[in-house]
Design a protein around this ligand. Structure first.
Ligand code: F6P
Length: 541
């Protein structure tokens, strides 16, 4: 088979040769060669400081990666996205999440229609609604004020809202309880509602399509719970609102479209937390803080669009990811926020990165002959240090890490924040430099234990620091990853904005549900494993 166009590019081939040479150089050596390396390979803008000096790179690596970006037409593709071209080719859609945070008055035309004005119309409606709920003037069916908000959604209609709520909890209205229900496992909904008073509970049903099995099933069950508790079908009007692009289905469900907050097909589910899908976020932190978050997103959008690649945060992050993935054969990325409020950030990034770049064909439909999206995973520090870091330090695989931290704590408690950040910094140092056998010996370690207690080091990481976790900082951080994902997708020549891979399982489940629940023993025509599992479930259910 002939090589793909990407692998035939001079920049790609030069990077391959370069990796073979640089591969032998230890980070210890690279730091010794340039005493100012920490400053050379770091950049600060829009409130974020990125230190990428602990990546296994030198100036040539970066130059070649930038050449690769140019050869893959990253500048043109970026402009195409910002200008509303239909870059999501398999769905024939524009990709305009950047319009969701464009300031009022700015214009982005899609089919000669200004989408920014529409965005602000919805934001204003959301703000008016949020103010009513937060102030207590939106009353439930029996006249009680709303005390609990349950957001029902899944995937992009859940992970963004739940991540943002947790991240910005410190800014949230503490007299309101927020819960998030996503799983079709009834436990999720039952645990979320069991201690709540339906008369004080508001459900936000979030679904771009309003046809997603899990969300619709949960929404129907929630409606039953509400109607049963309040004894009146009419209660739905005061206790259910919807966020969707599908007014017809929202109406069918029984929610008045006056209580629907819309968005558009040019917002991908995993890029929608700053659209009306973020209604729960706005209810929690208030419209002003929500707008601050949008300003953070926008600041990163502008930075990405206009900053030279040498200092462009998402471009650097994206290109370094390409380097680790395609030239150093790292199959995963660990994202490690040293910030308890970011505990759901790794889960959020899993969908953003893996649903976007988990693709095996190019935009033209040709099978790729290079690795695409890496596996994302992670946990907040310091917890991970006491579970999986062992493998990152001494295992046989390279796991590039993104360490994320904030200089100021939102909850200062004695020396705890300094301890937290000391750990973040120490982990990056330990991974990069390790501990040689001689150093271990010099500590008086018995010879038999020396191999066990030595650390090879040379393990790459990024460190991202910001001053404080604010709504603005969260916006910049999320947009940083969004655009980094885009950069990688452009290099790989794939469609980062579709998700056909989730369809097969959904289709098969429709047949399976009928077989699991059929009254009479169904005739099964699957493979022997699937047939046996269905029979066993039927016996045991
Ligand atoms: O099945 C995957 C997916 O389509 C995601 O891309 C999306 O975020 C999620 O389901 C939820 O979809 P919806 O918002 O339409 O309910």
């Amino acid at each position: 088979m002939s090589q793909s166009a990407l692998r035939r590019l001079p920049a790609w081939q030069a990077l391959q040769q370069h990796a073979a040479v640089l591969g032998d150089k230890h980070l210890r050596q690279l730091f010794a060669d340039d005493p100012r390396r920490g400053e050379t390979f770091s950049v600060e803008d829009v409130g974020l400081y990125l230190d990428y000096s602990k990546q296994r790179i030198d100036a040539d690596t970066l130059r070649l990666l930038r050449e690769l970006a140019t050869a893959c037409e990253l500048p043109q593709r970026t402009e195409a996205m910002f200008r509303g071209k239909r870059i999501n080719r398999t769905e024939d859609r524009a990709v305009l999440h950047v319009a969701l945070r464009a300031p009022r008055g700015e214009q982005i035309l899609l089919d000669r229609h200004d989408v920014v004005a529409e965005v602000h119309e919805v934001l204003d409606r959301m703000a008016a609604f949020a103010d009513r709920v937060r102030s207590g003037s939106w009353l439930g069916h029996t006249g009680k004020r709303i005390r609990s908000v349950i957001s029902i959604g899944i995937g992009g209609s859940d992970l963004g809202p739940v991540m943002a709520y947790e991240a910005l909890r410190d800014y949230s209205a503490r007299d309101l309880t927020f819960r998030f229900v996503s799983n079709v496992d009834g436990t999720d909904l039952l645990e979320a509602t069991h201690d709540l008073d339906a008369a004080e509970t508001l459900f936000i049903v979030c679904s771009k399509t309003f046809t997603t099995l899990e969300t619709l099933t949960n929404a129907h069950a929630a409606r039953d719970w509400c109607v049963q508790a309040l004894g009146d079908e009419k209660a739905v009007a005061k206790h259910f609102v919807a966020v969707s692009t599908n007014a017809v289905e929202v109406k069918k469900f029984g929610i008045d479209t006056a209580h629907m907050f819309g968005f558009w097909d040019w917002v991908g589910g995993r890029y929608s937390m700053d659209s009306a899908i973020g209604l729960s976020t706005m209810l929690a932190i208030g419209p002003e803080h929500f707008r601050e978050m949008l300003a953070g997103f926008h600041a990163m959008d502008e930075h990405f669009r206009h900053t030279p690649y040498e200092r462009n945060l998402p471009v650097l992050m994206g290109l370094l990811a390409i380097w680790n993935n395609n030239f150093l054969d790292a199959a995963t990325v660990a994202v490690l926020p040293y910030e308890q409020y970011l505990k759901r950030f790794p889960a959020y990034l899993q969908q953003l990165t893996m649903e976007s770049n988990g693709k095996h064909v190019t935009l033209e439909g040709t099978t790729v002959d290079y690795a695409t999206g890496p596996i994302f995973w992670g946990e907040p520090g310091t917890n991970g240090q006491h579970s999986f870091y062992q493998l990152i330090h001494q295992g046989t695989r390279i796991v590039p890490c993104d360490f994320i931290g904030f200089a100021q704590s939102l909850n200062p408690l004695g020396q705890q924040h300094d301890l937290l950040i000391a750990n973040l910094i120490a982990q990056g140092e330990a991974l990069a430099f390790g501990k040689s056998a001689d150093e271990v010996r010099a500590e008086g370690t018995p010879e038999a234990l020396v191999p066990h207690r030595s650390f090879a080091g040379n393990r790459p990481s990024n460190t991202i620091l910001a001053q404080k976790l604010t709504p603005h900082a969260l916006g910049t951080l999320v947009a940083l990853y969004e655009h980094s994902v885009f950069v990688q997708g452009v290099i790989w020549g794939i469609d980062s904005f579709d998700q056909w891979g989730v369809e097969l399982g959904k289709q098969l489940a429709k047949t399976t549900i009928a077989e699991l629940t059929a009254k009479d023993e169904p005739k099964l025509a699957h493979d022997s494993s699937t047939n046996t599992l269905i029979r066993r479930y039927r016996q045991w259910r």
